[in-house]
Design a protein around this ligand. Structure first.
Ligand SMILES: *[C@@H]1O[C@H](CO)[C@@H](O)[C@H](O)[C@H]1NC(C)=O
Length: 336
């Protein structure tokens, strides 16, 4: 169930991890969204989880007990004044308070059984750096319910009569609809521009990846599974390829780009080859932080680990020889 908002979020994030993104002058997120997950436990108990996201970076949490926002970054308040923030937080507080009985009162019309979840994602996105487009989508019991566009509620085909019912109910609660409309069309675009500016040092930073090679469990006897790991890069768009010489090879498996705890990203790609055919293989990493200087790792060449070991063992060995020579010379002096 928790997956749905993330899938919805992924839908709204513009662009893939393609090469064109590297050429764009503007790096960093272009959208702000609030995710709501409401668990209706029984006829009297509902729990709400709220969070605020810039693309796939969470910058706000929500304390549903106190009805207050949690600012996860020093710049999460954007350029809003304390007075304006208090007003927005209060709007969300009221929204959650009003929302619960609306759903509970109309529970029987939705042909549901407790417990069930209501999930929504709403916010705005910057298009071509200038205009913003707002949207709000909701799902009930894991099924798309409606899409709120241009101030009107459009039932999702998938939701069937539930979607139509939900839109009809929403139109009866003018107070609730007007809070949502104001947040989407007025507050969100202003907040987005402010927060992108306030956080730009972090959002537009460039962090170079580290890359290393390893081997994985061979998929077939007589085969090798080569793994190229790329970690610690920011922003997210990256291109990693297995090559033979200058020729790109079809990759066996490219994983998802996964988040590291420090907000940077990790990716691994694997290559399945017949043992004995590992000559001239290399993994190439292209990333905006590298300024055109791709990282190229050659399979079978000394890795940085063996270099480190050599760097420790070699001087130790030389020192031992020197000490032995010195000791032998001292002994021969003592004999005289
Ligand atoms: C509803 O759920 C809450 C939390 O689990 C529980 O404390 C409460 O007694 C339940 N109420 C009813 C009417 O079942």
């Amino acid at each position: 169930m928790l997956l749905l908002p993330l899938l919805l979020l992924a839908d709204l994030i513009p662009g893939g991890d393609n090469e064109h993104k590297h050429e764009q002058a503007f790096q960093g997120p272009t959208s702000f969204h609030i995710i709501q997950i409401s668990s209706f436990v029984n006829s009297t108990c509902a729990q709400h989880h709220g969070s605020g996201w810039l693309d796939d970076l969470q910058i706000h949490g929500w304390n549903s007990d106190s009805g207050t926002a949690i600012f996860l970054k020093p710049w999460s308040k954007g350029n809003f004044s304390d007075a304006e923030l208090t007003e927005v937080v209060e709007a969300f507080h009221v929204y959650f308070i009003k929302f619960t009985p609306v759903v509970q009162n109309h529970f029987s019309e939705f042909d549901l059984t407790y417990p069930f979840e209501f999930q929504a994602i709403g916010g705005c996105e910057l298009h071509s750096g200038e205009t913003t487009v707002s949207s709000w989508r909701a799902a009930l019991g894991g099924v798309n319910l409606m899409n709120f566009q241009n101030d009107s509620c459009v039932p999702a085909a998938e939701g069937g009569s539930r979607g139509q019912r939900f839109c009809a109910i929403l139109s009866e609660y003018q107070g609730l609809s007007s809070i949502i409309q104001k947040l989407l069309s007025n507050t969100c675009p202003r907040f987005l521009l402010g927060v992108l500016d306030a956080g730009k040092a972090e959002l537009q930073r460039q962090v170079k990846p580290e890359a290393w090679l390893s081997s994985g469990p061979p998929p077939l006897p007589g085969h090798l599974l080569l793994v190229c790991h790329v970690s610690g890069f920011y922003p997210k768009p990256v291109q990693v390829m297995w090559m033979r010489g200058e020729q790109e090879l079809p990759v066996t498996h490219q994983g998802d780009i996964l988040p590291n705890a420090d907000g940077t990203w990790y990716l691994r790609i694997t290559l399945d080859i017949v043992a004995g055919e590992e000559a001239n293989l290399n993994c190439r990493v292209k990333h905006s932080s590298l300024g055109g200087q791709d990282i190229v790792l050659h399979w079978g060449h000394p890795t940085s680990m063996t270099m480190i070991i050599l760097a420790i063992i070699l001087p130790t060995f030389i020192l031992l020889i020197c000490l032995t020579l010195w000791y032998l010379r001292r002994r021969s002096y003592q004999k005289i």
